[in-house]
Ligand binder design. Structure first.
Ligand SMILES: Nc1ncnc2c1ncn2[C@@H]1O[C@H](COP(=O)(O)OP(=O)(O)O)[C@@H](O)[C@H]1O
Ligand SMILES: [Mg+2]
Length: 291
């Protein structure tokens, strides 16, 4: 495995706003090895999406930058595919056509028509969507749409998969299925993945390292946790695994003791009966974020 495959150094970004410049990120440094699965976690508004967008080339850092295999990241490219929370499928194209479109973009002239068809079908099989090739996005569930979004991303054979809360809007059961599929796919393909999540269990279950961000403004990386649980990982077995629970506790401690979320505390203090001193239930955080 190559070291420093993806090198993020000194990344800062300041947005011009009506109230003057707003520094969202400051001095973010992270080195990611090839094939690593990184979970990015932090309170809402701390700058996770902004960092991911810089890696995607959708946003330009004001200082510092990212280098992927020696190439400066300064524009979007098919080697860095993004999966957003709300899939963003073309509503007038079928499941098959949505993935085919991406395949054509990347492989036109390099693969024959037949190869492109087989590749499109293969990627839809990876996410278990081969039964719905001719359905329109409006005819399938949110979880299925998200599967198609993942298939579309993987079909581009990206070096780096960037995911912004990909399962955040899904119910717990669908989310669990997709997490399992994602682990299988990652084991098979070995992509480098950076995934933003609000879900502590999801972060521990999936990742090799959990990168925890401080609250903004001028947010940066607060702590990094190594998750050394052996793979393949089984969610049921892990629930009773002391190492799993230790990492989980560490993340919770960071989020709810070291980096308290002022917005969240205010929300709880005002309209609800929950005293501010009570710990905030995690699910509630996820659900309110997803809504
Ligand atoms: N284009 C922009 N202009 C001004 N402020 C922005 C812009 N994009 C993001 N921000 C601000 O930067 C901070 C980080 O946003 P974001 O990356 O979306 O947070 P997260 O994904 O962690 O919830 C927020 O305070 C947000 O309001
Ligand atoms: Mg975000």
């Amino acid at each position: 495995m190559a070291n420093n495959y993806l090198d993020i150094s000194g990344v800062g970004i300041t947005f011009p706003t009506d109230n003057g410049p707003f520094c969202a990120l400051e001095n973010v440094n992270l080195r990611i090895d090839e094939g690593q699965f990184i979970a990015l976690i932090g309170h809402s508004g701390c700058g996770k999406s902004t960092l991911l967008n810089i890696l995607a080339g959708l946003e330009q850092a004001t200082s510092g930058g990212a280098i992927l295999q020696g190439q400066v990241v300064d524009e979007p490219g098919p080697e860095r595919a993004v999966v957003f929370q709300n899939h963003a499928l073309m509503p007038w194209l079928t499941v098959y056509q949505n993935v085919e479109l991406a395949v054509k973009q990347v492989f036109k002239g390099r693969k024959s028509k037949r190869e492109m068809r087989e590749w499109t079908e293969h990627n839809l099989q990876l996410v278990h969507m081969e039964h719905a090739l001719d359905k329109l996005p409006g005819e399938i569930s949110g979880g299925m749409k998200q599967r198609v979004g993942i298939a579309r991303c993987l079909a581009m054979q990206p070096k780096v998969v960037l995911m912004d809360e990909p399962f955040g809007a899904l119910d717990a059961l669908t989310r669990a299925h997709l997490q399992d599929s994602l682990m299988e796919i990652h084991a098979e393909l070995g992509n480098t993945v950076v995934m933003i999540t609000h879900d502590v269990d999801e972060a521990v279950l999936l990742s090799d390292r959990i990168v925890m961000m401080t609250n903004g403004p001028a947010a940066t990386i607060g702590e990094i946790l190594e998750v050394e649980l052996p793979r393949p990982r089984d969610r049921l077995a892990l629930a009773e695994n002391p190492d799993f629970n230790h990492v989980r506790q560490q993340v919770l401690k960071f989020l709810y003791a070291k980096q308290r979320n002022p917005a969240l505390l205010e929300e709880n203090a005002a309209p609800k009966e929950t005293p501010a001193s009570e710990p905030t239930p995690l699910r509630a955080v996820n659900d309110s974020e997803a809504a």
